[in-house]
Write a protein that binds this ligand. Structure first.
Ligand SMILES: Cc1cc2nc3c(=O)[nH]c(=O)nc-3n(C[C@H](O)[C@H](O)[C@H](O)COP(=O)(O)OP(=O)(O)OC[C@H]3O[C@@H](n4cnc5c(N)ncnc54)[C@H](O)[C@@H]3O)c2cc1C
Length: 372
């Protein structure tokens, strides 16, 4: 075989897997169609280190988020990646939401998140004087991270460990052969083919296409794209909050509700919302007419906002396994030996909390991959 392991995709998940696998194996090779790492979902998100509150108990999302969060804080501290454990408030603005906080707290405890505590109105005011709510749930384990800095560090560590990075190289074909796979790659000089013992499909929005390329046309792996738009807060109003401020979550989690996220440069963004993109088209535009909906949603708990404080920011796309109306689906992280594709690991539907969970996902993948 020309190489041992091919990782498709240099987003935060592919890079974390490369960093981890390069500790155990020689011949790790990352292929990425863009010029640089993290040009898709990994650089179009909220950069929040989630506590692991909302996901169904026992799900991969819940387990890998809680493990990944602690691993990420440890990694950031050790490698001097910029981050801040700023904490998160889930703010109830009426009685019904206030009651709902109890079930959010129970859900969090079920997931092993012990840091949650209920605050009354006065406590909330003392920490976040400009935020309005009748009660809140506070999680000190939530934070923010410089995602670009994190990916840069993971890439450096992977390369130091022996990983080879191939940018501007798109995987266009995959074929099962005796003892491994044949990979067809297209770069500036044209197409060529090489062989590998193992394939890790961490192609994000294209993960279903990549698994189909290899011959696994599983409709359960079909991805649905949900755009998340952001609006930033200007006119000096970004200085009025210090931490992450969320509404009480909706029943069916297509998103966490429009929330306010601080960043490491002192800015504040509102969002993301959740807009279903028909036919899987990649649309990163921010609809200029959506500002009013953001204003209305956020003004419930940020009463100091005026409509002209909001400016269109960026958008990202979530690769979800669910369509509108479907129930929440878990991450799929599967070694496909049982269906005749040994040492082929698919990672499908790695939406939020994929950034938080990235290091735990990498550890999980390393356990699934049993190479000699
Ligand atoms: C709006 C939004 C907000 C979010 N907020 C948070 C948050 O606050 N906290 C959190 O934990 N998570 C959050 N997430 C989720 C998180 O961003 C993702 O889970 C994570 O970035 C996924 O990383 P990835 O490496 O799997 O995918 P990607 O970053 O999409 O990387 C996949 C890579 O594969 C490459 N690729 C695809 N096909 C091929 C091919 N054929 N050949 C070569 N290369 C290929 C792509 O170019 C891409 O670089 C959010 C997501 C969105 C959309």
């Amino acid at each position: 075989m020309d190489t041992k392991i091919v990782i498709i995709g240099a987003g935060v998940v592919g890079l974390a897997i490369a960093e981890r696998l390069s500790r155990y194996y020689d011949g790790v090779f990352v292929v990425e169609k863009h010029k640089k790492f993290g040009q898709e979902t990994s650089s179009r998100n909220s950069e929040v280190i989630h506590s692991g509150i909302y996901y169904p108990e026992g799900s991969l999302k819940a387990r890998l988020c809680v493990q990944g969060r602690d691993m990420l804080y440890w990694y950031c501290r050790n490698k001097e990646v910029l981050h801040r454990q700023c904490g998160k408030y889930i703010v109830a603005t009426n009685e019904e939401e206030s009651q709902e906080l109890e079930s959010v707290l129970q859900q969090a405890r079920g997931n092993g998140v012990e840091s949650g505590r209920i605050l009354d109105q006065d406590d909330l005011k003392s920490y976040e004087p400009h935020v309005t709510g009748i009660r809140a749930l506070y999680f000190e384990t939530s934070g923010i991270v410089d995602t670009h800095g994190l990916m840069k560090q993971l890439e450096t560590d992977a390369v130091v460990g022996g990983t080879q990075m191939a940018y501007e190289s798109r995987v266009t074909g995959l074929r099962r052969i005796e003892g491994g796979y044949e990979v067809e790659l297209e770069d500036a000089s044209g197409k060529f083919v090489f062989t590998t013992e193992a394939v890790i499909n961490s192609a994000g929005l294209e993960a279903y296409e990549v698994s189909r390329m290899a011959g696994m046309d599983d409709l359960c792996y079909r991805l649905h794209f949900w755009k998340g738009q952001y609006w930033s807060i200007g006119n000096g109003k970004h200085k009025m909050i210090n931490s992450l401020i969320y509404p009480v979550p909706q029943a069916r989690l297509t998103g966490l509700g429009i929330h306010a996220t601080v960043d490491l440069n002192g800015g504040v963004k509102l969002g993301p919302d959740a807009v279903y993109l028909e036919d899987g088209k990649l649309d990163y535009s921010v609809d200029p007419s959506s500002g009013h909906a953001f204003y209305k949603a956020a003004r419930r708990f940020l009463p100091f906002l005026e409509p002209d404080d909001l400016h269109p920011d960026q958008a990202g796309i979530r690769p979800k396994l669910q369509k509108p109306g479907d129930s929440i689906r878990d991450f799929i992280i599967r070694e496909e030996g049982e269906r005749g594709f040994p040492h082929f690991i698919n990672l499908i539907g790695i939406e939020s909390p994929g950034l938080t969970a990235s290091l735990a996902i990498a550890e999980y993948v390393a356990k699934l991959l049993k190479l000699g």
